[in-house]
Design a protein around this ligand. Structure first.
Ligand code: APR
Length: 308
């Protein structure tokens, strides 16, 4: 039997996730949204692409959680984007409400699912999902690090004129201004990045990575990124469904690793059939430790704003 993957929120990110999932034939897809007709229309349109693209899957669009029952993986993209003039805390309040409703339904209909959270502000929303579902923490995972790292990797590849495939780099911490692109561990075909680029160039890549989401928002003006976020989610889904034990930076629940307890934050982790199977603790130098302490503080503030 094919795995069942539900995507909640059929907006830009949700529908692009469905597209990538389908083209990789990772499982049957349910696309759910509160907007009537939208998930149904997008699912039907995607299904009609299947004879041309050659993927054999069931793709269902729905407004009813009954159709999501017994999903193996649920991806949450439902939420409101930040509007001009809206404070971060206001956005937290609105999206916490949405994510709470979604989480209660996941708990009811797919109690065994692994949940991947995409809704922003990410670090607070993944915490909210964990609180409301009461799922074991390794089965609730936030998608941010794969995306932020992909941005960093693409900027490095572009700067050096090399294949993106050969660039390894990861970003730790919260999915916001305080994220930490860990340049010391970045490498190109095994060669340390710091041996290949001068400090000013590396600093520019770090700054562009930290500003990566805003760069897209400023260009699009009417929304935020969706291709790279969707591709990042699908890589995580694949790692889980194929039990690949991939090492990916994700927002994972910390039980004392990095000196943090009871918080979801971006760290390198092993992703397999059980979700986050292990958090990998890399050695941080003094500067990185200070940056990590700062990002933990900012995530704590966001979590507090959820009131959970
Ligand atoms: N239940 C289900 N769907 C909902 C709910 C809800 N309670 N509330 C809103 N939605 C749906 C909307 O109807 C909309 O179709 O969520 C969808 C969000 O889609 P977009 O507005 O296109 O937003 P998108 O660009 O996909 O981003 C979604 O991902 O990257 C993050 O910051 C981004 O939090 C945002 C999320």
């Amino acid at each position: 039997m094919r795995p069942k993957i539900t995507v909640i929120g059929a907006g830009y990110v949700g529908s692009t996730i469905a597209h990538f999932l389908a083209s990789r034939e990772l499982g049957d897809i349910v696309l759910l949204d509160i907007a009537e007709g939208i998930p149904q229309g997008k699912a039907l349109d995607l299904y009609e692409a299947s004879p041309v693209e050659g993927f054999d899957l069931k793709i269902k669009g729905t407004n009813s959680y009954a159709n999501t029952a017994n999903s193996d993986i649920v991806v949450i993209t439902a939420g409101m984007p930040r509007k001009p003039g809206m404070s971060r805390d206001e956005l937290v309040a609105i999206n916490t409400k949405i994510v709470k409703d979604v989480s209660e339904n996941i708990k009811k209909y797919s109690p065994k699912a692994i949940v991947i959270v995409v809704t922003n502000p990410l670090d607070a929303m993944v915490y909210a999902v964990w609180k409301v579902t009461g799922f074991v923490p390794n089965k609730v995972i936030g998608m941010a690090g794969v995306l932020d790292s992909a941005r960093m990797r693409s900027f490095i590849a572009e700067e050096l004129g090399v294949s993106v495939e050969d660039v390894t780099a990861f970003v730790m911490g919260g999915h916001g201004d305080t994220m930490i692109p860990v340049t010391r561990y970045a490498n190109v075909g095994g060669i340390p990045l710091e041996d290949l680029l001068p400090k000013e160039k590396i600093d520019a890549i770090v700054a562009r990575t930290q500003n990566g989401g805003a760069e897209i928002v400023n260009l699009l003006k009417t929304g935020s990124a969706y291709f790279a976020p969707a591709a990042s989610v699908v890589a995580m889904v694949e790692a889980i469904l194929k039990d690949k034990k991939r090492v990916m930076p994700v927002a994972a629940y910390l039980k004392g690793e990095y000196g943090v307890k009871g918080l979801f934050i971006g760290v390198p982790a092993v992703l397999g059939a059980n979700g986050v199977e292990r958090v990998l603790e890399v050695k941080l130098n003094d500067g990185e430790r200070a940056a990590f302490a700062k990002t933990v503080e900012s995530v704590k503030q966001l979590v507090r704003a959820t009131g959970l």
